[in-house]
Design a protein around this ligand. Structure first.
Ligand code: GCU
Length: 387
C-alpha cells in the first residue's frame, strides 16, 4: 500500500501540528434544525438518532438487516479443561442463511473456571491472521492474550473478520454481502467495516444465550481497521456495555478534519471496500462531511469507552484521537457523567481513567499489546467489579 501524495489527491501527508489546517467541528449537541439539546431525553430521542443516521448515510452505510431470521448457533466444541484446567473453551459456529445461500462464522471462547458465573467478556474483532486467535493456544501472542484475560476473571471471545466479509475489494460479491444483499447497490449501502460490525452483534446474540457469560457486560474490542469497526458496532448496538478502539485512526477515533496522517481521500482510494460509496465524495473535502469522528465516540455515551493511541503511530493521528475523546465528553455530561475528565493529552504510558472514557498513549508503534489489554481490564475492574 502506497503512502505517496498521488493517492492523497496530490497533497503531502501532514505530520506536524503547524500544518494542520484550521477547522471547525460540527457540534455534537446541536440538532440538524439548529437547536441545542440539553437533556437525556432530547439526546436519545432526537440528536443521537440524527447522528447515527448521518454516519449511516455518509460514512459506514446502511445494513440490509439487523438480527437475521435465519441464524443458528452450533456449539460444536466444549473443553472444560482448557488452559491447564483454568478455562472452559467453547467454539461456536454461527450460520446465516438467505435464499439458499449461507455463511458461517467461527467464534472462539475461553471462560474462566475459577470465577462466579456469569462472567463479563471481551469480544475481539480479529483483523489479523486467524492464528492470532488460536483455539489450541499453541500460538500465544499479545494481540489476544487469552490466558491473561481469563486470569483476570473475564471471558476471552474472538472471531475472525474475514469469516464475515473478506478484506478486499470484491465488489461485494462474497462474504455476507453475497448472502444478504439483494437488488441494486446504493451509495449508502453497507460495505465491509459495517459488515464486520454487524458480525460482532451476531456474536453478541450468541453470547446472550450462554449462561456462563454476562451479556450485559461485554466489551467489543478492535485494533486499527478492527477499531474503526468496534466503534461502529458500539454505535449501532447499544447492548455492548463497552467499546474499545485501539489505534483506530482515520475513519475510527481520529478527527478527519485535521487531515493529519491518513486522510479520507487516501483511505477511500486504498480501501474502496471499507466505507459506503458516498464517503468518497468527501475525499479532499473533509469540511463538508456532516459529521466528524468525535460524534461517533459520542454515540457510545453513557457507556464505557476506551481509546488508545501509540506515540509512534502518527499515521493514526494520536492527538486527533485524543481530541475526539475530549469533544465526545459533552455527550457524557448530558447524563451527568464525566467523559474523559481532562483537557490535556496525558504523558506517555499514563492512562486517564477518571470518567467513563478511558484513554492512553502507549510508547511504541501501531499494535495491540498486553500493555493495552491490561489498561482495558484495569478500567473495567474499576467499573464492573464493584457490582
Ligand atoms: C492501514 C490503513 C489504516 C488501518 C491499518 C490497519 O494502515 O491505512 O487505516 O487502520 O491499515 O488496519 O492496520
Amino acid at each position: 500500500e502506497s503512502r505517496s501524495s498521488s493517492n492523497n489527491g496530490g497533497r503531502d501527508f501532514i505530520y506536524s501540528e503547524e500544518k494542520v489546517p484550521e477547522y471547525s467541528l460540527p457540534d455534537i449537541l446541536t440538532t440538524d434544525a439548529g437547536e441545542k439539546v440539553t437533556t437525556v431525553k432530547e439526546w436519545e430521542s432526537t440528536r443521537r438518532p440524527e447522528i447515527l443516521e448521518l454516519f449511516r448515510k455518509h460514512v459506514y452505510g446502511r445494513n440490509p438487516v439487523g438480527r437475521p431470521e435465519q441464524m443458528s448457533f452450533d456449539v460444536y466444541d466444549v473443553d472444560p479443561k482448557a488452559m491447564d484446567g483454568k478455562a472452559t473453551r467453547k467454539q461456536v459456529k454461527i450460520t446465516f442463511e438467505n435464499n439458499g445461500k449461507s455463511l458461517s462464522v467461527n467464534v472462539v471462547i475461553f471462560i474462566p473456571n475459577d470465577a462466579e458465573h456469569p462472567v463479563p467478556a471481551y469480544l475481539l474483532i480479529c483483523n489479523r491472521d486467524k492464528t492470532n486467535i488460536d483455539p489450541t493456544r499453541e500460538n500465544k501472542i499479545e494481540y489476544w492474550p487469552a490466558e491473561e484475560i481469563v486470569a483476570r476473571g473475564y471471558a476471552a471471545v474472538a472471531f475472525h473478520n474475514a469469516d464475515i466479509d473478506p478484506d478486499d475489494y470484491d465488489k461485494f460479491q462474497n462474504g455476507i454481502h453475497g448472502v444478504l444483499d439483494e437488488g441494486e447497490r446504493h451509495d449508502d449501502a453497507w460495505a465491509t467495516l459495517a459488515a464486520w460490525a454487524w458480525g460482532a452483534s451476531r456474536v453478541l446474540d450468541y453470547l446472550e444465550t450462554d449462561r456462563m457469560i454476562d451479556a450485559e457486560h461485554v466489551a467489543v474490542v478492535g485494533h486499527s481497521r478492527g477499531g474503526k469497526t468496534s466503534l461502529w458496532a458500539g454505535a449501532t448496538d447499544e447492548r455492548f456495555a463497552m467499546v474499545v478502539s485501539n489505534n483506530s485512526g482515520c475513519g475510527g477515533a481520529a478527527l478527519s478534519r485535521r487531515q493529519y496522517g491518513e486522510t479520507v481521500g487516501r483511505i477511500n482510494r486504498a480501501f474502496p471496500h471499507w466505507f459506503c460509496e458516498k464517503f468518497s465524495e468527501y475525499n479532499e473535502n473533509e469540511s463538508e462531511i456532516p459529521v466528524d469522528q468525535h460524534m461517533l465516540l459520542a454515540l457510545a455515551a453513557p457507556r464505557l469507552l476506551y481509546v488508545t493511541s501509540a506515540n509512534e503511530d502518527l499515521w493514526a493521528d494520536p492527538r486527533g484521537e485524543f481530541l475526539s475523546c475530549k469533544e465526545a465528553s459533552t455527550a457524557y455530561e448530558i447524563y451527568g457523567k464525566t467523559g474523559l475528565g481532562t483537557n490535556q493529552i496525558p504523558a506517555l504510558n499514563e492512562p486517564v481513567q477518571q470518567g467513563n472514557i478511558g484513554y492512553h498513549v502507549r510508547s511504541g508503534g501501531h499494535g495491540l499489546t498486553l500493555y493495552d489489554w491490561t489498561q482495558f481490564m484495569n478500567f473495567t475492574d474499576k467499573h464492573w467489579k464493584k457490582r
